[in-house]
Design a protein around this ligand. Structure first.
Ligand code: FAQ
Length: 329
C-alpha cells in the first residue's frame, strides 16, 4: 500500500517487466514463503539485504559505545549488572546479524572494512553523546523503544535468516526498553534535580529518536522496493507515527513533557500530530558531521586494530590444522 507513496516507486518493475525468475520470486514473497540463502533471488534483493542487515549489525555494535561509557559509573551495583547485561546483549545482536548477512555471501571482515571506511552507515542515533545517567534511561526508553517498533514487524521480513535473528533479538529488546523506562521512572519521581535531568534527557533524545525511522516516506530512496520485497514491512512514517502514539502516554505517566509545542491528539486520524525532526541535522549526521561520529569510528577502528593479533592467531591455528590434515592424508 505504501509503495505508492514513496520516492522510488518509479523504479519498481511491473509484472510484465519481470523475468520468469523474478516473477516466481515475487510470487513466493507475496505468498509469505520465506526466502532462504540457497534460493534464487534478484541481485538487488541480495544487495539491499546486505546493506540493511549490515547497517543494523553495525548499529548494534556501535550502539554499545554510548552505554558502555556508563557501565563504570552506574549508580548502584544492580544498575551496573543490568546495564552490563544489556550491552552484552547488543554485542550478541550484532553477531546474529553479521551471521545473517554472511549467508548472503559477504564476509564479516568485509562489512567491518566498509563501516570503518565510511562506505556503510550505522544508526544516526549513536552519534549523539550520553552526558549523564538520565541519558541511559532515555536511551533505553526511547532508543530501544524506537528499535522495537521497527524490529517487531521485521520478524516477518521475507528473508529467513534475518527474520529468525529478529525473533531472538526482539525478545531481548523488550527488557532493554523496560530497564530504560525504569531508570526514567526513578529519576522522574526523585528529587527536583533528578526530575530536571530526566526532562533534559528527553529534550535531547526526542528528535534524534524520531530520526531513527529514517527520512520521510517522500524522501525514502529504498522503501518502495523494500516494501514490495517485504524486506521492510512498514514505511518509515508509519512506524514513526506508531512510536509517537505509544510514547506520549508513557511521558505523561512519568510527568515529563515531550519537547514539541505542536503535539496534539488528532481525533480524525486516531494519532498525534507532531513536529518533524530537523532533517538537515539528520543528513549532516549521516555525512559524518554529528557530535560523536569521529569518536565512534575512532573507537571501532581501535577495537579492530587491537584485535588483529587474535584474528592472526586464529588464522595461523586454522592453517596449522589444515596442513596437519593434508599431511595425514
Ligand atoms: N541512521 O531509503 P531509506 C539498534 C539512510 S536499532 C542512519 O528510508 P531504508 C538497537 C539509509 O540507510 C538501530 N542512516 O532507507 C540498539 C539510506 O542510506 P543508504 C538500527 C539512515 O534502509 C538500541 C538513506 O538514509 N536498526 O541498533 C537512517 O529503506 C540501543 C535513505 O533512507 C536498524 O537498522 C538512520 N536512522 O530505511 C542498540 C533496523 N535512516 O544506505 C544499542 C533495520 C535512514 O542508501 C542501543 N533497518 N538512513 O546509503 C531499517 O529498518 C531501515 O534500514 C531504516 C531505513 C528504516 C533504518
Amino acid at each position: 500500500m505504501y509503495a505508492q507513496m514513496v520516492k522510488s516507486t518509479g523504479n519498481l518493475k511491473s509484472r510484465e517487466e519481470m523475468s520468469p525468475e523474478e516473477a516466481a520470486f515475487q510470487d513466493k514473497v507475496d505468498a509469505d514463503i520465506k526466502i532462504e540463502p540457497r534460493d534464487w533471488m534478484p541481485e538487488g534483493y541480495r544487495k539491499t539485504l546486505i546493506r540493511q542487515i549490515g547497517q543494523h549489525a553495525h548499529s548494534e555494535i556501535v550502539g554499545q559505545l554510548p552505554e558502555g561509557n556508563w557501565i563504570t559509573r552506574a549508580p548502584t551495583l544492580e544498575r551496573k549488572m543490568i546495564l552490563l547485561a544489556k550491552v552484552q546483549d547488543e554485542a550478541g545482536h550484532g553477531l546474529y546479524l553479521y551471521c545473517a548477512a554472511e549467508t548472503l555471501g559477504v564476509s564479516r571482515d568485509d562489512l567491518t572494512e566498509q563501516l570503518l571506511s565510511g562506505r556503510m552507515k550505522y544508526s544516526s542515533i549513536f552519534n549523539y553523546p550520553t552526558l549523564n545517567w538520565a541519558d541511559i534511561g532515555a536511551v533505553g526508553w526511547l532508543v530501544d523503544g524506537a528499535a522495537i517498533m521497527n524490529q517487531v514487524p521485521l520478524q516477518r521480513t521475507s528473508y529467513g535468516p534475518y527474520s529468525r535473528a529478529m525473533i531472538r533479538i526482539c525478545k531481548e529488546e523488550s527488557f532493554h526498553q523496560r530497564q530504560g523506562y525504569d531508570i526514567m521512572m526513578k529519576m522522574a519521581q526523585g528529587t527536583p534535580a533528578q526530575k530536571r535531568m530526566a526532562q533534559d534527557a528527553l529534550n535531547r533524545f526526542w528528535y534524534p529518536s524520531l530520526m531513527m525511522f529514517g527520512p520521510s516516506d517522500a524522501e525514502s530512496v529504498h522503501s518502495a522496493q523494500s516494501l514490495a520485497w517485504k524486506i521492510k514491512i512498514n514505511s518509515n512514517d508509519e512506524l514513526r507515527q506508531k512510536f509517537v502514539d505509544q510514547t506520549v502516554p508513557q511521558a505523561e505517566y512519568l510527568g515529563l513533557t515531550i519537547p514539541d509545542e505542536t503535539l496534539a491528539w488528532n481525533e480524525e486520524k486516531g494519532g498525534y500530530d507532531f513536529a518533524e525532526p530537523d532533517w538537515s541535522e539528520f543528513f549532516q549526521v549521516l555525512k559524518g558531521n554529528g557530535p560523536c561520529n569521529v569518536d565512534r569510528l575512532t573507537a571501532r577502528q581501535k577495537a579492530w586494530d587491537d584485535g588483529a593479533w587474535v584474528r592472526d592467531g586464529l588464522m595461523a591455528h586454522a592453517e596449522k590444522k589444515r596442513a596437519a590434515k593434508v599431511a595425514a592424508e
